[in-house]
Each structure stands twice: as structure tokens, then as C-alpha cells.
Design a protein around this ligand. Structure first.
Ligand code: MD5
Ligand code: FE
Length: 203
């Protein structure tokens, strides 16, 4: 089922379910080289969400700001390779949503625990806003907040469950969004964690 949540944004319910084993294997390979870590925001807060990256570019934040880098600041090494299963899933999902030539070069992997949240923000560090973002949810359910192009615009709540894939693009690409504080609703396979990874064209 392809559920429109905006003119050019779609939830593909359960789209990732056939690939979960390969995706979790990919997460394990990535986090063995580049572990999840909690980063600092430019405003001096520690994010409640822990993150890592794979692919040529990785998103980071510190006291100096948000940016994409080729090197993991924790290890001093390049970010791990993008697992093939991530790339194949993202390209298939993007094509289903009307973006046939998606060539991601960055993958941000977020880990949520009970109480973790992501406050309302826009994703503006990527160079090309014409490319979509593909998001894959695994583990605990989350309530996604989908707003408008201005911070004060009203938000709608979208539940995101294990295996759901969302594609955001075109006119929806710069909409404000966030994740409500996570409830502890353990998932049979992942326990009290939610893993969300997003494939992006950052460079
Ligand atoms: C998450 N992550 O569930 C979300 C899924 C992030 C982030 O927001 O920045 O890591 S991606 C949701 C998203 C991305 C880009 C654009 C829009 C939503 N949007 O236009 O609403 O961890
Ligand atoms: Fe975001």
C-alpha cells in the first residue's frame, strides 16, 4: 500500500519487511566500524537520539554546526560503505514514489530508545533539494510529526511501524518534521529500540 502524506511524500507500509534480516545485518556491519554515538548540537545540547552514518558522506553535528563529512570524527576514518541492501531498497522505494533516478551518497542511521525524541526541524544540509530522502523504520513504533514549510504550521501525526518506508521529495522536501518522545513498546526482534535510516543525496 502506498499512502500519500503529502503531494510528493508517500508511506510504503511494510515495504522493508522482506529485507529486514539483510538490513539488520547491514546495521551491524556499519556499527561495528562506526558505533552509535550521541552528538552535541550547536546550541550545546546532547541529542537524545544516537547516530552513525554509512556511505561517502555522513551527517554530523558539534558546537560549530551541522554538516556532512567524509571522515567519521570519532574514528578519523572514512564512514563505512553503504550496504548494498540499503541502496537497493532505497532505489526501489524511490522509483515507486516517482523518483526513478535516485543516487544516494549518504545514509544517516538514527537509534531511538524510550524517551528519545527529535524536535521539529528541516533537513537543509544537503546540496540538491530535488533529490528525495528515503527513510526506513525498524523496531519500536514511533509517532512522526509532519509539519509545513514554516515552523509554526500545524503538524499531523503519522505512526511509523517496523518495516515502513517513507519517501519525501519535491514540494515536501523542506517541510518541518520531528519524532514524538518514544514510548517503551518493545519490539519482538529489536527490543526497546527504534532504528531509522535515511538515504540521501548530500553532495
Ligand atoms: C526519523 N529522521 O524518523 C526521521 C526520518 C532526520 C530525521 O528526520 O533528520 O534524521 S526522516 C524524515 C524526513 C526527512 C527529510 C524530509 C522530511 C522528513 N520532510 O520533508 O518531512 O529518524
Ligand atoms: Fe530530519
Amino acid at each position: 500500500g502506498r499512502e500519500a502524506i503529502g503531494p510528493q511524500s508517500f508511506v510504503l507500509r511494510g515495504f522493508a519487511l522482506p529485507y529486514v534480516q539483510a538490513l539488520l545485518q547491514g546495521v551491524d556491519t556499519v556499527t561495528a566500524q562506526a558505533p552509535f554515538r550521541q552528538m552535541e548540537t550547536p546550541g550545546g545540547y546532547t541529542m537524545s537520539v544516537a547516530l552513525t552514518n554509512c556511505g561517502r558522506l555522513g551527517w554530523t553535528t558539534d558546537a560549530h554546526g551541522y554538516r556532512y563529512t567524509r571522515i567519521d570524527p570519532l574514528s578519523g576514518q572514512p564512514w563505512p560503505d553503504l550496504p548494498l541492501a540499503f541502496l537497493q531498497l532505497a532505489q526501489t522505494a524511490a522509483a515507486d514514489a516517482g523518483f526513478p533516478d535516485f543516487a544516494p551518497d549518504a545514509c544517516l542511521v538514527n537509534r531511538y530508545e524510550p524517551g528519545s525524541r527529535l524536535s521539529l526541524h528541516q533537513d537543509k544540509n544537503e546540496r540538491d533539494y530535488n533529490a528525495p530522502i528515503v527513510s526506513v523504520s525498524l523496531g519500536m513504533p514511533a509517532v512522526f510529526l509532519f509539519g509545513g514549510n514554516e515552523r509554526q504550521d500545524k503538524t499531523t501525526r503519522v505512526p511509523l511501524l517496523h518495516g515502513d518506508v517513507v519517501v519525501w521529495g519535491g514540494v515536501d522536501r523542506l517541510r518541518y518534521h520531528g519524532v514524538m518522545p518514544m514510548k517503551d513498546l518493545p519490539h519482538p526482534k529489536l527490543g526497546s529500540r527504534r532504528i531509522n535510516f535515511t538515504l540521501r543525496k548530500a553532495g
